[in-house]
Each structure stands twice: as structure tokens, then as C-alpha cells.
Design a protein around this ligand. Structure first.
Ligand SMILES: Nc1ncnc2c1ncn2[C@@H]1O[C@H](COP(=O)(O)OP(=O)(O)OP(=O)(O)O)[C@@H](O)[C@H]1O
Ligand SMILES: Nc1ncnc2c1ncn2[C@H]1C[C@H](O)[C@@H](COP(=O)(O)O)O1
Ligand SMILES: [Mg+2]
Length: 194
């Protein structure tokens, strides 16, 4: 465990592709001033840098697969440490994607106090992602990759929710409503931490 992060307030934000994780995290940042770290955003920044590692990551992400655990965990840890002196709490968006990622995070960084489970129907997620794909420029916002990302979510990531349900820290948020309606429930879950 890292000393700089030993008292950090950590919230995992988990949900299917296009469920609205990033959208809700932005609203949490605006209201609570927490630090938002999206594993996908960190990986896309590495791809955009043009590095050799970025090229390898890009190929994996275009196929809708998961990148190696150590790569993503190192990136998150580094980004958390960079904000440790000013952060009021961290929203870890898109991580853990599989139970093993949660276990390794806890060994190397610390334990989460809340897991926000952003839940939407698969039809809703596909619709939102196809719409986002019109302007996002994301190489994985296309029909074929969206299907693979969804399949992987149900197979690898849903067990993460069951794992943390056993600890009593999961708050399930219905993400079918408007952005503001969803946020009112996200805010209640965060307020319950205080
Ligand atoms: N409650 C909502 N109602 C309608 N549209 C929404 C809602 N929440 C998010 N969206 C839209 O759906 C799309 C996906 O949202 P967002 O990027 O927040 O999802 P995500 O869970 O972070 O996805 P990914 O896992 O692919 O990063 C965006 O275009 C966003 O504007
Ligand atoms: N936590 C992660 N582990 C492995 N791979 C990841 C993780 N977070 C993101 N990725 C890769 C694979 C995803 O399909 C893409 C996009 O992520 P997103 O959360 O949808 O922005 O990045
Ligand atoms: Mg996102």
C-alpha cells in the first residue's frame, strides 16, 4: 500500500459501456470536488501520445478487450499519487473490470469505501454508444466493438459487483432516467458516506 494514499477516500464507479459513468463522474466533480480518474481516459491519453506502448494498447482497445492489469493499475496509481496532496477523494471510473483488478488495487493502493454501480439496459447502452460514436472519435464506438465490450462486461465485470456486494459497499444506481435524475441518486449515495 502507498503511504501517500493511505487515508484516501476511494469510490469505484462500475457499469457497462455507455451506462453513463463518465457523465455522472463529471457531475460529482462539479458538486464535490473529487478527483475523477477514468482508466479508459488514461489509456486513451497513452494512445494519443504515440508511444510504442500506446500502439499496443490501441490494438487491444479497438478489439474491445481488456489491457493487462499491471499497465492500467500502474497508470491509476501514478495519477492518484500526482493528486494526493490536493484530492478530497477519488472516483475510479471503469476500474475494476474484473475481480482480480479489485484485489490488486487493494494490495497496492487501498480499499474503496463505496462502489457506485451505474446500471442501464443493454439496449440503452448500445443506443447511447452509437449516438456518442457520431462525434466521439473513439475507435471502439462502433457496432462490432460495442458488442464485444458488452459481452466482456457481463462476463468479467458483473462478478466485481457481486464481490463488493458481499462487503456491503455497493449502491446500485438506475441510469435509465435523465442525467439529472440519475445524479440525484448518485449524490444521495455519496452523501451517505459522510
Ligand atoms: N442518463 C442519460 N441519459 C441520456 N444519455 C446519457 C445519460 N448518461 C449518459 N448519456 C450519454 O450516453 C453516452 C455515454 O455516456 P458516458 O460516456 O458517460 O458513458 P460511460 O459509462 O463512461 O461509457 P464508456 O464505458 O464507454 O466510457 C454519452 O454520449 C452521454 O452523453
Ligand atoms: N480497468 C481496465 N482494465 C483493462 N482494460 C481497460 C480498463 N479500463 C479501460 N480499459 C480498456 C478496455 C476498454 O474497452 C477501453 C475503453 O474503456 P472505457 O472505460 O470504456 O473508456 O479501455
Ligand atoms: Mg467513460
Amino acid at each position: 500500500m502507498s503511504d501517500k494514499l493511505k487515508n484516501a477516500k476511494i469510490i469505484f464507479v462500475v457499469g457497462g459501456p455507455g451506462s453513463g459513468k463518465g457523465t455522472q463522474c463529471e457531475k460529482v466533480v462539479a458538486k464535490y470536488g473529487y478527483t475523477h480518474l477514468s482508466s479508459g481516459d488514461l489509456l486513451r491519453a497513452e494512445v494519443a501520445s504515440g508511444s510504442e506502448r500506446g500502439k499496443q494498447l490501441s490494438a487491444i482497445m479497438q478489439k474491445g478487450e481488456l489491457v493487462p492489469l499491471d499497465t492500467v493499475l500502474d497508470m491509476i496509481k501514478e495519477a492518484m499519487i500526482a493528486k494526493a496532496d490536493v484530492s478530497k477523494g477519488y472516483l475510479i471510473d471503469g476500474y475494476p473490470r474484473e475481480v482480480k483488478q479489485g484485489e490488486e488495487f487493494e494490495k497496492k493502493i487501498g480499499a474503496p469505501s463505496l462502489l457506485l454501480y451505474i446500471d442501464a439496459k443493454s439496449e440503452t447502452m448500445v443506443k447511447r454508444l452509437m449516438k456518442r460514436g457520431e462525434t466521439s472519435g473513439r475507435a471502439d464506438d462502433n457496432e462490432e466493438t460495442i458488442k464485444k465490450r458488452l459481452d466482456l462486461y457481463y462476463k468479467a465485470t458483473e462478478p466485481v459487483i457481486a464481490f463488493y456486494q458481499g462487503r456491503g459497499i455497493v449502491r446500485k444506481i438506475d441510469s435509465e432516467g435523465s442525467v439529472d435524475d440519475v445524479f440525484s441518486n448518485v449524490a444521495k449515495a455519496i452523501d451517505s458516506l459522510k
